[in-house]
Design a protein around this ligand. Structure first.
Ligand SMILES: NC(=O)c1ccc[n+]([C@@H]2O[C@H](COP(=O)([O-])OP(=O)(O)OC[C@H]3O[C@@H](n4cnc5c(N)ncnc54)[C@H](O)[C@@H]3O)[C@@H](O)[C@H]2O)c1
Length: 501
C-alpha cells in the first residue's frame, strides 16, 4: 500500500470544496485550495474558519485545534501551487468538458504518483479519466452536503483505476472519521441510485391522484419512520437539482422504467418552484419555516353502523382498535355498513372483487404501517361516503390522525417501501456495491430509518415480492417487476443480505 497522503489539494471552493477542506483540515492534513475565480478560495478559507470558531464557542473544538486548522488551510492563486499534493480532490462545476480539462491540467502539475479524485455526482468517472495520460490514478470520491456532517463518501474506481488508489482513498477518508463505500462507475453510483425509489414512487402516487404531496409526506413520516417524505426532501435539495438527477439516471440506465421521472416536474421547474431556495416548492415557506398545509377535517357526518373485517395478518390487532373505538363488529359482511380489507399490493377494487364484496361498502386499511400516530384509509371509486366516513371516524376516535387516500395497489407505504427495497436489491444484483455495504451507506447517505435490505428482511422478502408482483399484475407497469436478487432470496427463504458462498 502507498504511504498515507499528507498534503491534500482541493480544486473548487464552492459548497462542496469548502466542506472537503474543513474535513481534511480537521483531520490534520495540510490542505491547499484553488478556485478559478480570484478571491473565492480565500473567502472559503475565511468561511471555514468562521464555522470552526463557532465550534470552539460551543466547546466542541479546542482553540489550539482551530489555530492548527487555520495554519493547515492554504490558499493557492494558481493551479501550479498544487504541485507536491499527495491527493487532489476536484469539486468544480458538474460539466464533463470542464472536469476533463482540469484533470489534464492537473497532470501537468502534480507528481506521477498523486491521486486525482473527482467529487462528481452524476458524471461517469471513466469519462473524466479518459483524456488523462494516467487514468489509473483517477477515481471518484463522492461526498455529501454538508461534508463534515454527512459522514460517508463513495469511492468510485473508473474502469482503469488501480486497486491501490481505492485503498489509499479508503484509508484517508476513514482516518478523517467518515465511512466509505466502494461503488461501481454506474449512474448515480450507490446512494443517489438508491434514492430513486422514494422520489419516483412518491411522484407516481401523486400522478395517479392517490394522495397529494403533503399526504404522501405525512404517511412516510408518521407511519414509516422516515425523517422526511419525498416532497419535503426535494424542497430541501431543490427540484432544479433533483429533477436533473432524476432525468440523468433514467437516461443513463437506458430508460429503465424503475427510474422513470415524473411528468409533473417540467411545469414546476418552468414556474421556478425549486423549493426552499426560491421560497416555494411543493410547500410554501415563511423564511426557513415550512408552512404545513392544513389537514382535511375529519368527517362531520358519521352514521354509526356495523363493521366487518376480512382476514389479514393484523386482523386481531385491528379488531382491538375498533372495539376500543366502540365499533360494532359483525361476523358476516352482508350485515355490515362497512367492510374492511387489509390487502398487500392490491387496491380495494381488486380485493373487493376477488372476495365478491359490495364495492360500495369496501374500505382498505394499510396493514404495513405503524398505527400509533396516523392510520391510512383507502377508498375505491365505488366506495360510499357512509362506509368511508364510518372508518375514518372510528380510526380517529382515539386522537390518531387519519389520512384518506384514493384507490392504490399497495396504498402509499407498501409501494414506496417495496420500490426502495427492490432498487437496493437491483443494486446488489448489478454488483454496484457489496450487499453488506449497501445498508450502512444508505442509512447515513439518505438518512433512512433502516437500510433497505434490512427493511426488506423485516417485512419479509416473500411479502415484498408479493407486493411487487401484485402491483405489477394490476398496473401492467414494468417498473414494479421484482429484481432477480429479491425473487431468488424470497423463493429460497434467504435474507436479502445473503450472498452466495
Ligand atoms: N452541492 C451538492 O450537494 C453536491 C453534492 C455532491 C457532489 N456535488 C458535486 O460537487 C461538485 C461541486 O459542486 P458545488 O455544489 O460545490 O458547486 P459550486 O458551484 O458551489 O462550486 C463550484 C466552484 O468551482 C469553481 N470552479 C468552476 N470551474 C473551475 C475550474 N475549472 N477550476 C477551478 N475552479 C472552478 C467555481 O468558481 C465555484 O467556486 C460538482 O461536481 C457537484 O456535482 C455537489
Amino acid at each position: 500500500m502507498e504511504a498515507t497522503p499528507k498534503i491534500i489539494g482541493v480544486v473548487g471552493a464552492g459548497v462542496m470544496g469548502r466542506g472537503i477542506v474543513q474535513l481534511f483540515a480537521q483531520a490534520g492534513h495540510v490542505v491547499r485550495l484553488f478556485d478559478a475565480r480570484p478571491g473565492v478560495a480565500a473567502e472559503a478559507r475565511t468561511a471555514v474558519g468562521g464555522l470552526l470558531e463557532r465550534l470552539v464557542a460551543k466547546g466542541v473544538l479546542q482553540p489550539a485545534a482551530l489555530a492548527a486548522c487555520m495554519a493547515n488551510m492554504q490558499v493557492c492563486d494558481a493551479l501550479a501551487e498544487l504541485a507536491g499534493c499527495d491527493v487532489v480532490v476536484e469539486a468544480i462545476i458538474e460539466e464533463l468538458g470542464a472536469k476533463q480539462a482540469l484533470f489534464r491540467d492537473l497532470e501537468e502539475v502534480v507528481d506521477p504518483a498523486t491521486i486525482l479524485a473527482s467529487n462528481t455526482s452524476s458524471l461517469t468517472v471513466s469519462a473524466i479519466a479518459a483524456s488523462c495520460r494516467r487514468p489509473e490514478r483517477i477515481a471518484g470520491l463522492h461526498f455529501f452536503n454538508p461534508v463534515p456532517l454527512m459522514k460517508i463518501a463513495e469511492i468510485i474506481p473508473g474502469i482503469r483505476t488501480t486497486p491501490a488508489v481505492v485503498e489509499t482513498l479508503r484509508h484517508l477518508i476513514e482516518a478523517a472519521g467518515h465511512q466509505t463505500v466502494t461503488a461501481s462507475d454506474q449512474p448515480g453510483f450507490l446512494i443517489n441510485h438508491a434514492g430513486r425509489g422514494l422520489y419516483s414512487e412518491g411522484f407516481r402516487i401523486v400522478e395517479e391522484q392517490v394522495a397529494d404531496f403533503a399526504a404522501v409526506d405525512r404517511i412516510m413520516r408518521d407511519c414509516c419512520g422516515f425523517r422526511m417524505g419525498p416532497f419535503e426532501l426535494m424542497d430541501l435539495t431543490g427540484l432544479d437539482v433533483s429533477g436533473k438527477v432524476m432525468q440523468s439516471i433514467f437516461e443513463q440506465f437506458q430508460q429503465e422504467p424503475r427510474y422513470r421521472p415524473s411528468s409533473l416536474v417540467p411545469a414546476r421547474l418552468a414556474a421556478g418552484l425549486f423549493g426552499r431556495k426560491t421560497g416555494e416548492g411543493f410547500y410554501k415557506y415563511d423564511g426557513v419555516q415550512k408552512l404545513e398545509p392544513a389537514e382535511p377535517a375529519p368527517p362531520a357526518d358519521v352514521t354509526l353502523g356495523a363493521v366487518w373485517v376480512g382476514e389479514g395478518d393484523r386482523r386481531a390487532e385491528f379488531l382491538k382498535l375498533l372495539r376500543q373505538a366502540g365499533a360494532e363488529i359483525v361476523e358476516r359482511p352482508e350485515s355490515a355498513a362497512a367492510v374492511v380489507l387489509m390487502p398487500w399490493g392490491e387496491d380495494i377494487t381488486t380485493a373487493a372483487q376477488r372476495l365478491g364484496l359490495d364495492p360500495a361498502l369496501a374500505v382498505g386499511v394499510d396493514p404495513l404501517l405503524h398505527w400509533d400516530k396516523r392510520r391510512v384509509v383507502m377508498s375505491g371509486p365505488a366506495t360510499g361516503a357512509a362506509a368511508r366516513n364510518l372508518l375514518h371516524g372510528l380510526l380517529g376516535a382515539d386522537g390518531a390522525k387519519v389520512t384518506v387516500i384514493a384507490d392504490s395497489p399497495g396504498f402509499v407505504s407498501q409501494r414506496v417501501i417495496a420500490m426502495i427495497v427492490n432498487i437496493a436489491c437491483e443494486i446488489a444484483q448489478r454488483g454496484i456495491a457489496r450487499a453488506s455495504e449497501i445498508d450502512p451507506a444508505i442509512r447515513i447517505g439518505l438518512g433512512y430509518p433502516a437500510g433497505p435490505l434490512e427493511l426488506g428482511d423485516k417485512i419479509g422478502p416473500a411479502r415484498i415480492l408479493q407486493i411487487l408482483e401484485t402491483i405489477e399484475a394490476i398496473t401492467g407497469d414494468p417498473r414494479y417487476r421484482p429484481s432477480l436478487w429479491l425473487r431468488r432470496r424470497a423463493m429460497l427463504g434467504l435474507s436479502l443480505r445473503h450472498v452466495a458462498g
